[in-house]
Design a binder for this molecule. Structure first.
Ligand code: UDX
Length: 433
């Protein structure tokens, strides 16, 4: 089938490339000419393992095309996916639909024949109804919701092996067309779930808010574990083996970040507020996740006995999770400026390189490897669980004096660190000073 992806970000580019990889002809459109040139040269503007080669392979096979002309992409396709950003409105929780509405208006203006319009971006409940109005004099157009559930760093795998494909529509014919589009995945076991359009729009928000709730729940239980001499991993395992709970997204950590959970939890609350429904649980998740960052910083103050001035604090990893270069709502964006303001000296290393977010911070230095970053450290904070941080020999890394390791991802444990005489703190385990 011939499809067009409007927007080549984490959603549009990965989905478009993977649709081409299952045999469709895909035109990816972006108004950022620099991005399009990069893509035509076979290079992905986003960091996603395996994406570059998939782009090159499908471009070579003439299934995948890139253009900055929306008209070309639209008129060479029958199904048009809107995959543009839906950021939070500045100083509000509500969702900014500017890019979605702009794309829809451009499609309505340029399309020469009937199309199926699919919103894949995460859009508030009722967005499809808004788009109906834009296409009202294009009678033959159908507007469908088909949200994605791709995780950064695992997006290709998540596209290829989805737990379910959600399609929201009020027309049977569109279900058949969408079923055809996803047939290779359905034949491999993916569930195809049909609902109405608003239902699909809400399933996306509710899914992300629930995953954020699960993470926040286990993070709060981790706090309880620290005060009751219990190991949080035992709780996650013991709980997670109940099929009704499920073991995934029960790993205690520093707080959730990323481009979705923070935005979508707030977006869902704002959708509900508009119809005077109080989502008290989601509101408390947002608050708890924010407070967690303050809690971690209080711990750091305690490690140094209140004063971090002139202490060398090293961050290993700064992205919000491994296998991505995405810094959106990373906990490091909160912790590093806080510590910097209190005159700590900050070193950091991340496999995806130096970050613009920290470039203008005095006494905050990027290093291109773990060893140099950790030199003369007073405190090492394991912020992101990149594979290369999973078997470090800290004693070899730091020949010199005593130092403390704050393991925010529980990659190590007390027994190991005691043997190496490293002062060790982690998440949700009995605190042994
Ligand atoms: C998320 C959803 O998982 C995905 O379905 C949706 O399409 C987009 O948003 P993403 O934000 O890319 O994906 O990453 P994810 O792996 O979900 O992690 C989000 C945050 O939760 C990260 O900060 C991660 O460190 C944290 N997390 C995740 C935990 O702290 N514990 C866990 O067990 C899982």
């Amino acid at each position: 089938m011939k499809i067009c992806m409007i927007g080549t970000g984490y959603v549009g580019l990965v989905s478009g490339t993977c649709f081409a990889d299952i045999g469709h002809t895909v035109h990816c459109v972006d108004n950022n000419k620099f991005k399009i040139e990069k893509l035509i040269s076979g290079e992905s503007p986003i960091y996603e393992p395996g994406l570059d080669e998939l782009i090159r392979e499908n471009s070579r096979a003439r299934r995948l095309f890139f253009t900055s002309s929306l008209s070309e992409g639209v008129n060479k396709s029958d199904i048009i996916f809107i995959c543009v950003g839906t950021p939070r409105k500045s100083n509000s929780s509500s969702v900014d639909l500017t890019f979605v509405l702009k794309a829809a208006k451009q499609i309505a203006k340029t399309a020469k024949s009937k199309k199926i319009i699919v919103t894949k971006s995460t859009v508030p409940v009722g967005t499809g109804d808004l788009l109906d109005k834009i296409f009202k004099n294009k009678k033959k157009f159908t507007i469908i919701s088909n949200p994605e559930f791709l995780r950064e760093g695992e997006a290709i795998r998540d596209f290829r092996f989805p737990d379910r494909i959600i399609v929201g529509s009020n027309s049977t014919n569109s279900f058949n067309i969408m079923k055809n589009l996803y047939l290779p995945l359905i034949n491999k076991g993916a569930k195809f779930f049909k609902t109405n359009r608003r239902g699909a729009e809400l399933i996306k928000y509710a899914s992300n808010a629930f995953l954020a709730t699960k993470i926040t729940f286990i993070n709060e239980i981790a706090n309880l574990c620290e005060k009751t001499g219990i190991n949080i991993e035992d709780i996650s395992l013991g709980m997670g083996s109940d099929a009704r709970i499920g073991s995934r997204f029960l790993r205690a950590g520093p707080a959730y970040g990323g481009s979705c959970f923070p935005k979508d939890t707030k977006g869902l609350v704002s959708i509900a507020d508009k119809v005077k429904i109080n989502l008290s649980i989601v509101k408390s998740v947002i608050k708890s996740n924010y407070n967690r960052k303050i809690l971690l910083l209080k711990r750091i103050n305690k490690i140094f006995g209140k004063n971090v001035k002139n202490k060398k604090i090293v961050f290993l990893g700064v992205t919000f999770k491994p296998n991505t270069d995405d810094m959106r709502d990373a906990v490091s964006l909160y912790m590093i400026p806080y510590l910097h303001k209190r005159k700590a000296i900050i070193n950091y290393y991340d496999p995806t390189g130096e970050k613009k977010e920290f470039k203008n911070l005095k006494n905050c230095y990027f290093y291109s490897n773990t060893k140099d970053a950790c030199k003369n450290a007073d405190l090492i904070i394991l912020h992101t669980e990149w594979d290369e941080f999973k078997s470090l020999d800290f004693k070899k890394l730091l020949k010199k004096k005593k130092f403390t390791l704050y393991d925010l991802r529980n990659l190590y444990n007390h027994e190991q660190m005691k043997k190496k005489k490293v002062r060790y703190f982690s998440i949700g385990r009995p605190i042994i000073n």
